[in-house]
Design a protein around this ligand. Structure first.
Ligand code: HEM
Length: 412
């Protein structure tokens, strides 16, 4: 039997990456991927422990040269390098500012609004179903929730919120192509134009808040100050704030939508586990981590070595891109035992890689979990037998994120 091949730009690999991840973990945990016409050479780590240790050492594994294995993605984007693409100590300082917008307390107050929105979306699914129109779980439900929540968080008025969805979509598309506009192909002009439009809108919103303070996230960033080089308090520049907007929209929307859709696909083939959640919705919160472990929205992101580093007996030279295959580490039997490939919503998970670890640990975890919990509580209460047709759905084709573009509902 031939070994499953890790080829992150190949559609066959992307359809089911897990056999190739398992092969790498057992046979080449520190894998060197040669350059070809599509991408430069890079390394890939697939064991839980190796990835866990690497992401916690930003002095050796830097984020400042981009998060993909493509060359110069930051330069191509033309956006301010934001904290996810910076290293400590600058990243730490920016993070402590934006972190104030995402504390559990600030996020929890959104619950009622999220629940109302989710109920409206379920009503829309029901209307479509009874009118005989196509019903798509991802398109009509999962993907709408983070878009609404981010617009609310930023303080975008209701009348402008319809403009937000195409921007989120464009950013997702750029992200799926690894921000490699030429290398992987499909992003192109429309996505860049949408992104420019978003930046222009946010620039206007920032300017408005400079003269009239608000208590939304944008207002908080405008009001925030950081110590400058001479120790004097300095305000964040428009450019810094735009960088935040970019990373929050790029990192917070599709990831959360995919978690909601994956929960439904995973439960579709585990009726006993679905019943557990229907009988006791308080278990949904814990189950979310298990869904993310098995189907990690962020499959992997890169770092760049700052010195020669030895991992598991193999030395990676300085200046090399190294993919942290979070999704492979999340199924490592060394960490999760012999049932690592199976769904077990009652599994006790002490650590996982779905939100990374170390200085870049996801800042939006509370917000993502809140949205997914409310979405699933409402959906499973009203439609405990909802069924989707994965074979008729379409997935992203990306080495970096995993999720759906479309997921038709066959039973509501
Ligand atoms: C299920 C949903 C989500 C998943 C799976 C996820 C995953 C991740 C991962 C893996 C990272 C680390 C990136 C790296 O390794 O370089 C990250 C960072 C980040 N995430 Fe999330 N994320 C989710 C939702 C959100 C949400 C809802 C927001 C905000 C609204 C958000 C904002 C961020 C930000 C700002 C960072 C950068 C943190 C830093 O560099 O210090 N994420 N996320």
């Amino acid at each position: 039997m031939t070994a499953p091949v890790y080829d992150p730009l190949d559609v066959a690999f992307l359809a089911d990456p897990y056999p190739a991840f398992a092969w790498l973990r057992e046979n080449e945990p520190v894998h060197h991927h040669p350059a070809d016409g599509r991408a430069p050479g890079f390394w890939a780590l697939s064991r839980f422990e190796h990835i866990w240790d690497a992401v916690r050492r930003p002095d050796l594994f830097s984020s400042a040269q981009g998060l993909t294995f493509f060359a110069d993605e930051i330069g191509q984007l033309g956006i301010p390098p934001t904290m996810v693409m910076l290293d400590p100590p600058v990243q730490t300082q920016l993070r402590s500012l934006i972190g104030r917008g995402f504390t559990p307390k600030r996020v929890t107050v959104l619950e009622d609004r999220i629940r109302r929105f989710v109920r409206d979306r379920i009503a829309e699914l029901e209307r479509r179903w009874s009118d005989g129109e196509p019903v798509d779980l991802h398109l009509h439900f999962s993907s709408t929730i983070p878009t609404y929540v981010l617009a609310e968080l930023f303080g975008i008025p209701l009348a402008d919120q319809h403009r937000f969805a195409p921007w989120v979509h464009a950013l997702t598309q750029l992200q799926n192509d690894g921000f490699a506009l030429d290398a992987a192909g499909s992003s192109g002009g429309a996505a860049l134009a949408a992104m420019a439009e978003m930046m222009e809108y946010f620039s206007g919103a920032i300017a408005a808040r400079r003269s009239q303070p608000t208590d939304d996230l944008l207002g908080a960033l405008v009001a925030a100050s950081v110590p400058g080089p001479d120790g004097e308090a300095q305000q964040l520049s428009d450019w810094d704030i735009l960088g935040f907007c970019f990373v929050v929209v790029a990192g917070g929307s599709d990831t959360t939508a995919s978690l909601i859709s994956h929960a439904v696909t995973l439960l579709g083939s585990a009726s006993d586990q679905r019943q557990l959640l229907v009988d006791d919705p308080t278990q949904i919160s814990g189950a979310l981590i298990e869904f993310l472990r098995l189907e990690s929205s962020v499959q992997g992101l890169a770092r760049t070595t700052t010195a020669d580093v030895t991992v598991g007996g193999t030395t990676i030279p300085a200046g090399e891109k190294v993919m942290m295959l979070y999704a492979a580490g999340n199924r490592d039997p060394r960490e999760f035992g012999p049932t690592a490939d199976l769904l077990d919503i009652r599994r006790e998970i002490t650590r996982h890689l779905s939100f990374s670890s170390g200085p870049h640990f996801c800042i939006g975890t509370h917000l993502a979990r809140l949205q997914a919990r409310v979405a699933l509580e409402e959906l499973l209460t009203r439609h405990p037998a909802i069924t989707v047709d994965e074979s008729a759905g379409t997935r992203h084709q990306s080495a970096f994120v995993r999720g759906w573009l479309s997921l038709p509902v066959t039973h509501l």
